[in-house]
Ligand binder design. Structure first.
Ligand SMILES: NC(=O)c1ccc[n+]([C@@H]2O[C@H](COP(=O)([O-])OP(=O)(O)OC[C@H]3O[C@@H](n4cnc5c(N)ncnc54)[C@H](OP(=O)(O)O)[C@@H]3O)[C@@H](O)[C@H]2O)c1
Length: 297
């Protein structure tokens, strides 16, 4: 069983990879920015290919390298960033939208023809996408791809870089969910595919806060894992294991657009936000994303 994964080198993804590599018969292929310096636990146990999600050309190359290995049984798009300063991807798009959404959208589109019968596609989203949940991150206001790729064109863009960056994050995670909702409709010839979104819950202690200042980084890494409590709070190990289970366990097979969200450290099916269920908006995001990455819808 070949599982292809992004974001396997740190945090939740590393725990998912640790859970997958011990399963007999699983061959894990990961995309990594530095395949030559993997975490010790993965060395010699995965096939690591170069992938920089900041650059769509790298995504295309990675997809082609992966496809050459043979049929794929599951794709896990888990990599993600949260940035609080204005940054651009190699193609000039707002970086959080580009890495979290556009790169994974392109990867899924490129790998789709190579996914084996009854294969699975899972994208890591986040509860921050939902305005009805108070996560501390400003929620999305829209999912208009042009404004997300080029925030200076958005008439209501946040003036503060920190606010803009955090809203770009929640919105990119909304886009992951909308991609998962739209995918079954766009791949009608593949009713065998399982297509899932995953919310790992709030998981302090990972590398996600790396673009913040030293105090927030320290709090997120060292203090919050000890002090925060709540039904949506999880650990990298619990959420990583759940992510691995979504890709592998028979109990998760067959879902088409389901949203699994960690609650009391277990995945439960949750209803996504109103905008994430807006089919016209999902279709528009799919088509506009295709244009941005240079594919036909
Ligand atoms: N932590 C939370 O509270 C939380 C909550 C909800 C959702 N999530 C989501 O969970 C996922 C994992 O996050 P995490 O908390 O485990 O964070 P993390 O420890 O920072 O892991 C992020 C992963 O993404 C990879 N990555 C980042 N930018 C990349 C790029 N340009 N190209 C290739 N790989 C790249 C990183 O690789 P490197 O090792 O090269 O940096 C790393 O493997 C993300 O999608 C995040 O949005 C996290």
């Amino acid at each position: 069983m070949r599982i292809v994964m992004t974001g396997a080198t740190s945090g939740i993804g590393l725990e998912a990879a640790n859970a997958l590599i011990i399963i007999p018969g699983v061959s894990l292929v990961i995309g990594a920015r530095r395949p030559e310096s993997l975490p010790a636990a993965l060395i010699g146990r995965v096939t690591a290919l170069p992938l920089d999600l900041d650059n769509l050309d790298s995504v295309t190359q990675f997809a082609s390298d992966v496809a050459a290995l043979g049929p794929i049984d599951a794709v896990i798009g888990n990599a993600g960033i949260q940035i609080v300063s204005p940054q651009r991807s190699a193609q000039g798009f707002e970086r959080c939208f580009a890495v979290n959404h556009l790169a994974h959208y392109l990867l899924v589109r490129r790998l789709l023809p190579h996914i084996a019968k009854n294969g699975r596609i899972i994208l890591t989203s986040s509860g921050t996408h939902d305005p009805d949940r108070s996560t501390g991150i400003p929620p999305p206001r829209h999912a208009k791809a042009e404004w997300l790729a080029f925030p200076d064109r958005d008439p209501a863009a946040d003036p503060s870089p920190g606010l803009a960056g955090r809203r770009a994050y929640s919105t990119s995670k909304l886009c992951n969910l909308m991609t998962i909702r739209e995918l079954p409709r766009r791949s009608g010839d593949r009713p065998d595919l399982t297509v899932l979104a995953f919310d790992p819950g709030f998981v302090p202690g990972t590398g996600l806060a790396r673009d913040y200042g030293p105090m927030i980084r320290w709090l997120f890494r060292r203090i919050l894992p000890i002090v925060v409590r709540g039904e949506n709070v999880s650990t990298a190990k619990a959420s990583g294991r759940a992510l691995a289970a979504l890709a592998k366990d028979s109990g998760f097979a067959g879902g088409r657009g389901l949203y699994w969200s960690m609650t009391r450290r277990r995945p439960v099916v949750r209803t996504p936000s109103t905008l994430a269920r807006d089919d016209a908006a999902c279709a528009a995001l799919w088509e506009d994303s295709a244009t941005l990455v240079g594919l036909v819808p």
